[in-house]
Design a protein around this ligand. Structure first.
Ligand SMILES: NC(=O)c1ccc[n+]([C@@H]2O[C@H](COP(=O)([O-])OP(=O)(O)OC[C@H]3O[C@@H](n4cnc5c(N)ncnc54)[C@H](OP(=O)(O)O)[C@@H]3O)[C@@H](O)[C@H]2O)c1
Length: 253
C-alpha cells in the first residue's frame, strides 16, 4: 500500500473502469484507501483492473454492465453494495464519442446513443447510488465532462451537447442533494492520452480539436485526471459542490 489513505473506509464505484482514464481513476482511489466497484461491459478487462486494486491491498467488486441500461446499472450498484457496502463515492467516467458527423448528416439514432452514454447514464448511476449515500450520511458524485462541452466543434455536436448538459445536470444534483450531504462535481479534461483517440488518427474533423493550443504544451496523462477525482472525493473538498474543475493544461484559457 502506498500514499496517504485519505479515502480509508470509503467505497467507490467507477464506470468505464475497464481501461483508459477509468482504470487509472480506480487505481488512484484504491491507492487512497477506498474499496472500488468496477463497472463497464468487458468483464475480462474489469478483472485486470480488479487485480490492480487487489495489488494495492484494497477490495474490488467487478460488476459488468451496460451503463445505458438503467436496470443493469441498478443491479450493478446492488451487487457492489452487497460485496463492499454502500458506495459513497460515484465516478461517472464512462463516455466518449464513437463517430464524427456534421449535424446535417447526423443520424439521430447515433445522437441518441451518444447522449444516453454521456448524459443519461451518469444520472442513472447517481440515482441508483443515492439511497446508499443517504444511508451513509453523505457522499461524493464526480462526473467526467470534456472541454468539447465548452465550445462547439464541427463533427462532435452530439458529444459536445451531452458534455455541456452534464454541467447543468451536475449543478442540479448538487442543488437538490446537498441537503443529504451529497456533493456533486464535474472534472473537465482537455485532451488526455488514454488511447481513446487512436481510432481517430487521420480524421480531418478531429484536427480542429487536436490543433488547439495547449499552454502547458502537451496532453494530460490519465493520472492527472485521477488526482483531482481523488481530491474531490476526499474530505479536503468538503465544501466544494456544484463546481466544474477544468483540467485542461490551460486550453480553454
Ligand atoms: N481521452 C480524452 O482525451 C478525453 C478528454 C475529455 C474527456 N474525456 C472523457 O473521459 C472519460 C473516459 O475517457 P477515456 O479516454 O478513458 O475513454 P475510453 O478509453 O474510450 O474508455 C471508455 C470507457 O467507457 C466504457 N464504456 C463505454 N461505453 C459503455 C457502456 N455503454 N457501458 C459501460 N461502459 C461503457 C468502456 O468500457 P467497455 O468497452 O468495457 O464497456 C471504457 O472503459 C469519458 O467520459 C470521456 O468523454 C476523455
Amino acid at each position: 500500500m502506498t500514499g496517504i489513505q485519505v479515502l480509508g473506509g470509503r467505497v467507490a464505484v467507477v464506470t468505464g473502469a475497464s481501461g483508459g482514464i477509468g482504470r487509472v481513476v480506480a487505481r488512484a482511489l484504491a491507492e487512497a484507501g477506498a474499496d472500488v466497484g468496477l463497472l463497464a461491459r468487458r468483464k475480462d478487462a474489469l478483472d485486470e483492473t480488479a487485480g490492480l486494486v487487489a495489488g494495492l491491498g484494497r477490495r474490488a467488486a467487478v460488476a459488468p454492465c451496460d451503463v445505458t441500461d438503467e436496470d443493469q446499472v441498478r443491479e450493478a450498484v446492488a451487487a457492489v453494495a452487497a460485496e463492499l457496502g454502500d458506495p459513497d463515492i460515484v465516478v461517472n467516467n464512462a463516455g466518449g464519442a464513437r463517430f464524427v458527423s456534421d449535424l446535417e448528416h447526423m443520424k439521430l439514432s447515433g445522437w441518441d446513443k451518444t447522449v444516453n452514454l454521456n448524459l443519461r447514464a451518469p444520472l442513472a448511476l447517481a440515482k441508483a447510488a443515492l439511497p446508499g449515500m443517504i444511508r451513509r450520511g453523505g457522499g461524493s458524485v464526480i462526473t467526467i465532462g470534456s472541454i468539447v462541452g465548452e465550445q462547439a466543434l464541427t463533427g462532435l455536436s452530439h458529444y459536445a451537447t451531452a458534455k455541456s448538459a452534464l454541467e447543468m445536470l451536475n449543478r442540479s444534483m448538487a442543488r437538490e442533494w446537498g441537503r443529504h450531504g451529497v456533493r456533486c462535481n464535474l472534472v473537465v479534461p482537455g485532451l488526455v492520452d488514454s488511447g481513446a483517440h487512436d481510432h481517430y488518427a487521420g480524421d480531418p474533423a478531429m484536427e480542429a480539436l487536436y490543433s488547439k493550443e495547449i499552454p502547458l504544451g502537451r496532453w494530460a496523462r490519465p493520472e492527472e485526471i485521477a488526482a483531482p477525482v481523488v481530491f474531490l472525493a476526499s474530505d479536503s473538498a468538503s465544501y466544494i459542490t456544484g463546481a466544474s474543475l477544468l483540467v485542461d493544461g490551460g486550453t480553454v484559457a
